[in-house]
Ligand binder design. Structure first.
Ligand SMILES: [Zn+2]
Length: 828
């Protein structure tokens, strides 16, 4: 009797708990795939499952988006593992050599599999799939899952970009009728600017893993580095006419990718293929999606010890259903089922190989620390401006990379700026990073001068060497230099003055400080040449704030801002300088506070517009007005004195009235700053005086035999995915204040401008400018001479052009001050 009752009890309790865990349909009120689920409902569903399955599912809110939506991660494993979760995490970091305590790492621990969904908001099937995966794993009736979860901890980030997802889903729901329309031309398949792909500031979060310029990435990578999983999958969607894509990835692989990482990708791919073959679903592997640029959801995990992968379902713009090229109707339900299947297959193969995954993981980090298969190099970076060192230190912290300062300065190494072996020269502040540490491979990828490309058909830029990105004088030393603790930033001492204050302005912090002063109505001047006061030389661009004409509490505001931006001010008790111009001289210019507007909207690059918007909003903290480029002819431009045109094709300027609006704005004293395609568009207008050098690649081709099968190779000869070039700067021009007489630019096209007559050639591409990255052989001759950065007066105003993107993905740190200078200093 007793026994029977026990069996009854077990049966009943199993049935009850299965009933208690809500399926997506029970919770949402519709079958997955019938509608798009807004992000808050996804979060609510995850919480509901965690509540019902509290022994096997745990939720952590790891952050919040710009629009204040929740960012969550779910941890799913066996009850025993969930109870032991913090120990599993710490043990995992011990395996990686990151957690250092008296406990030795245990290799008999579950493997960690992290699945990330919906980083691109308008690739929405993946978050729907995430709910199905969660339910399958939490379902107590799923014996297979129970077995797997003994061996793996699954971490699910159901939606990495809720702001973008909801932008898409809310728009789609507003465009679709009672019944979906599968006609690809229907409006519901034509999403409006700025599209849901990106986050609030139009940033592609799948280009931001290493740089973490965006709020979502910073919070996610913090959690990621607390776990450092063995397997990571980033689930996307691609064009709806494409079949599914999964691992193994395409070439090029960065050379730091280990044999085990290459091999296990193939095992995972084969396991996925088994299920896709069973169902007769099409897929491809080994094409398009490479492992090179370090800031993706596959490469970043790969360079941090994981098997890092991208999965892609066809589906962008597909809505609930769409007719594809092959005549099929692709349904949302199909798309999410494919993602679900690939997710579950990945969990299965990882669980079946958990021990091997964990032991190989330990080997990966042991090899990193001991220099097995990785060069022992110390990178030493130096600058006379501590804030420039601090900028890169913050990036190292965000990526869990160890650093310090060299214990001695009597060493030589390869100098990045001069490209030869030289004795180290300390410029005042320094930072040193050695490769032999848990993050060895990441350090190599970020700091090496030139990444080896085994195949040049890549998906992204081919050069990102941090010394060039940050503009920091760097030595690579082929040994482990003795490194001592990084001293941290020195404090700022406020000054007293009855006359004025001088503020050196040689880093982006100087521009931020200036923006802070201007927003508080402080009147600021700047020196256009070097001067000496109290025996100290102050460089061009030094900010001068005088008591006269300023508000009564000026000194308090100035001292506060200097502390906030870590710049030591100097008191000036007179306007009489020992050498150089006195403060009343013509050579000291008053800064007219900029009233800045930004052109956005259709035919303007949403990424480029977002970079400028984010730069003003999040870095300069300075007001900017976004205008719709299409409305140009109706807008009153007199409200602004700076107008920024980011990359774009500007079809709005096909209209004569819009063009004369722009022309009159500059004539009346406005400053027009145009970048990339925006600059090229201005060059097509006669009155601007800018001219593009003709594209010599269009010269008649010699007749040659072209092989059809080699079409892609042939295309590469005219391909420049993003390479680094050294630009010569006229640093006597305000746009280049605070820079040496050169700057490393990211060149993504072959455009160069002709000599600017009656203006200033601020940045010139010299014949030997090529520095790093891939440039197609046909293009190299074109990139030998020309203007990339120029300034020309017109009427009472001026036009400044930047051919290259100085704010690229907001991580091209050393370009930012050029734009800030153009906005605040140029033309005054
Ligand atoms: Zn994507």
């Amino acid at each position: 009797m007793k026994k029977i009752c026990l069996v009854c009890f077990l049966l009943i309790s199993t049935v009850l708990s299965a009933q208690n865990i809500p399926s997506p349909k029970q919770f949402l009120g519709y079958e997955l795939g019938e509608h798009f689920t807004p992000s808050y409902k996804i979060v609510n569903y995850f919480n509901a499952v965690a509540q019902a399955a509290s022994t096997t599912v745990k939720i952590q809110q790891y952050g919040e988006t710009n629009e204040r939506r929740a960012l969550i991660a779910a941890f799913i494993s066996s009850p025993q593992n969930i109870q032991n979760l913090e120990n599993i995490r710490l043990n995992n970091l011990r395996l990686a050599g990151i957690q250092k305590d008296n406990t030795s790492p245990d290799v008999n621990m579950p493997a960690i599999v992290w699945l990330s969904y919906n980083v691109h908001g308008n690739e929405p099937s993946s978050s729907e799939a995430a709910m199905k995966v969660l339910y399958a794993l939490a379902d107590p009736g799923n014996a297979q899952a129970k077995e797997w979860l003994q061996h793996v901890v699954v971490i699910i980030d159901p939606c990495q970009n809720p702001d973008g997802r909801d932008r898409y889903v809310n728009w789609y729901n507003s465009a679709v009728g009672n019944n979906f329309n599968a006609d690809p031309q229907s409006r519901e398949h034509d999403e409006p600017w700025p599209y849901g792909r990106t986050n609030h500031y139009n940033f592609d979060l799948n280009r931001d893993w290493a740089w973490q310029t965006q709020k979502e990435s910073r919070q996610k990578i913090k959690l990621y580095n607390q776990w450092l999983p063995q397997v990571h999958v980033d689930l996307h969607e691609q064009s709806y006419n494409d079949p599914y894509y999964f691992a193994p990835a395409a070439q090029p692989y960065h050379e730091v990718v280990t044999q085990w990482q290459r091999d296990f990708q193939v095992q995972i791919g084969r396991n996925n293929a088994k299920y896709f073959d069973e169902k007769g679903w099409l897929y491809f592997t080994k094409q398009i999606f490479d492992l090179f640029y370090p800031s993706y959801g596959d490469t970043y995990p790969t360079y941090n010890g994981a098997i890092g992968m991208t999965y892609e379902q066809g589906g962008i713009g597909a809505g609930l259903a769409v007719k594809t090229n092959s005549g099929d109707t692709l349904m949302l339900a199909d798309r999410l089922l494919h993602h679900y299947t690939a997710s579950i297959s990945t969990i299965e193969i990882s669980a079946n190989n958990a021990q091997k995954l964990v032991s190989e993981y330990k080997k990966y980090f042991d090899n990193n620390i001991n220099g097995v298969g990785i060069d022992n190099i110390t990178y030493v970076l130096t600058s006379s401006d501590q804030n420039r060192i601090e900028e890169i230190r913050q990036l190292l912290d965000a990526n869990g990379i160890n650093y310090g300062i060299p214990a001695a300065e009597n060493f030589s190494g390869h100098n990045y700026f001069h490209n030869k072996t030289e004795a180290f020269k300390n410029e005042g502040f320094q930072i040193a990073i050695n490769t032999l540490q848990p993050k060895a491979r990441m350090v190599k990828v970020l700091f090496e001068q030139q990444s080896k490309l085994v195949d040049s058909a890549t998906y992204d830029i081919t050069a990102w060497s941090l010394p060039y990105v940050y503009g920091l004088n760097t030595w690579a030393v082929k040994e482990k230099l003795s490194i001592t603790a990084y001293p941290g930033a020195k404090g700022i001492t406020g000054v007293q003055s009855n006359y004025g204050v001088l503020i050196p302005n040689t880093s982006l912090s100087g521009s931020k400080l200036l923006a802070a002063l201007l927003t508080q109505n402080i009147r600021v001047r700047f020196a256009t040449d070097d001067f000496t006061y109290n025996g100290k030389i102050f460089g061009r661009g030094t900010l001068i704030i005088l008591k006269g004409n300023n508000r009564a509490d000026w000194l308090e505001i100035v001292n506060k801002a200097c502390t906030a931006y870590n710049i030591q001010p100097f008191a000036a008790q007179t306007g009489f300088m020992e050498t150089g111009a006195d403060f009343g001289s013509d050579d000291v210019h008053f800064i007219k506070p900029p009233k800045v507007a930004l052109l956005t909207g259709n035919n303007v690059s949403h990424n480029a517009a977002g970079e400028v918007w984010s730069f003003f909003d999040n870095e300069l903290n300075y007001p900017i007005t976004q205008l719709n480029a299409g409305d140009l002819e109706d807008i009153n431009l007199q409200n602004y004195n700076v107008l920024i045109m980011p990359d774009g094709s500007y079809t709005a300027l096909d209209d004569k009235d819009a063009v004369s609006k722009l022309e009159n704005f500059v004539k009346a004293g406005g400053k027009l700053i145009a970048m990339e395609g925006g600059a090229a568009r201005l060059a097509s207008l006669d009155w601007t005086g800018f001219k593009l050098v003709k594209d010599t690649s269009q010269s008649p081709d010699t007749i040659m035999q072209k092989k059809y099968g080699a079409a892609q190779r042939d295309y590469l000869t005219s391909f420049i995915p993003g390479a680094i070039f050294k630009v010569l700067l006229d640093n006597t021009h305000p746009v280049a204040y605070g820079y040496p007489d050169f700057y490393y630019t990211l060149k993504q096209d072959t455009r160069v401008y002709s000599n600017i007559k009656d203006g200033w050639n601020i940045g010139i591409l010299p014949p030997d400018a090529y520095t790093a990255g891939f440039v197609g052989s046909k293009l190299k001759p074109q990139l030998k001479q020309g203007v990339l950065l120029g300034d020309k007066a017109y009427g009472n105003g001026n036009i400044i052009i930047f051919n290259d993107n100085v704010l690229f993905r907001s991580f091209w740190q050393n370009g930012k001050k050029l734009l800030a200078n153009a906005v605040f200093l140029a033309g005054n």
